[in-house]
Design a protein around this ligand. Structure first.
Ligand code: COA
Length: 260
């Protein structure tokens, strides 16, 4: 088997990447982060994959955080290196992927788990999910982008409260906060998320990749999102997908996008 800690399977245009260490509540150790890096890259480069869903195995957890047993003895330098490498290999990679990534949060999403879900392009949770950034209860702070992405998604005050209290919120509160877009029964989570992926897949993958780039530009230092939007908007006019989309509309038929 290619991976020890994750499963990756592609069916009908959807690659489902499942973090598969249920006995450790799918905690992210170094090896798992490396495998996730490879699986996301592979899916993004595959012509077969139109949407990626990331989820956790078992009924209890999406991901209960970074693997605490791995960093308990780290020095200042090793701590900084852990965060830098993790952000580069996985969290920034996912956030900037041109293939849409949906997190299907099936249970605890804590620390690095919530940070992974927040790096995804949007989130759907089962009603038994619990989310939080408990790092300060361990004497550390979120290091995989949590201090930046949580306030972007829920607002500064709510992020401050969640991070300072180290508490968990349930799926319904997460929806109220805008942290997750939808809440489902646990047994409906993957079906609902799959249907959402199928809706996305009907659209132009090239235009979606451009939209992701333009939306993300707003959150990147030194970038002007409006300028990126103008550039990406202009680029759309040179794509085969644009020709097909506009022709299909004028001919009153469904578009069949070539993805170029
Ligand atoms: N890192 C390493 N191992 C973890 C882990 C993590 N982040 N989260 C859970 N585990 C392991 C436990 O050590 C335990 O392993 P063991 O059976 O070998 O002892 C196993 O997963 C099951 O967890 P357990 O704590 O027994 O389950 P629970 O139902 O009693 O509690 C949680 C569930 C999620 C509340 C609890 O596991 C927890 O608080 N985890 C840490 C969350 C956290 O602080 N994450 C941020 C890390 S920066």
């Amino acid at each position: 088997m290619k991976y020890q800690n994750i499963l990756s399977r592609t069916e009908n245009g959807i690659t489902t990447i499942t973090i598969n260490r249920p006995s450790k509540l799918n905690a992210l150790n170094r090896e798992t982060i490396q495998e996730l890096h490879e699986a996301f890259e592979e899916a993004d480069n595959s012509a077969e994959t139109k949407v990626i869903i990331v989820t956790g195995s078992g009924e209890k957890a999406f991901v209960a955080g970074a693997d605490i047993s791995e960093f308990a003895e780290f020095s200042v330098e090793e701590g900084a290196q852990l965060a830098a490498k993790g952000q580069e290999l996985l969290f920034d990679l996912v956030a900037n992927l041109s293939t849409p990534v949906i997190a299907a949060i099936n249970g605890f999403a804590l620390g690095g788990g919530l940070e992974l879900a927040m790096a995804a392009h949007f989130r759907i949770a089962s009603d038994n999910a619990k989310m939080g950034l408990p790092e300060v209860s361990l004497g550390v702070i979120p290091g995989y982008g949590g201090t930046q992405r949580l306030p972007q998604l829920v607002g500064k005050g709510r992020a401050m409260e969640m991070i300072m209290t180290a508490g968990m919120i349930d799926a319904h509160q997460a929806r109220q906060y805008g942290l997750v877009n939808h809440v489902t029964a646990p047994e409906e989570l993957m079906g609902f998320t799959g249907k959402m992926a199928s809706r996305i897949m009907k659209n132009s993958s090239v235009a979606i990749a451009s939209a992701i780039k333009a939306i993300n530009a707003n959150y990147e230092a030194g970038k002007n999102g409006f300028e990126v939007e103008i550039e990406e908007f202009g680029n759309s006019f040179g794509t085969a997908d644009f020709k097909e989309g506009t022709q299909a509309f004028l001919q009153k038929r469904k578009a069949d996008f070539p993805g170029r």
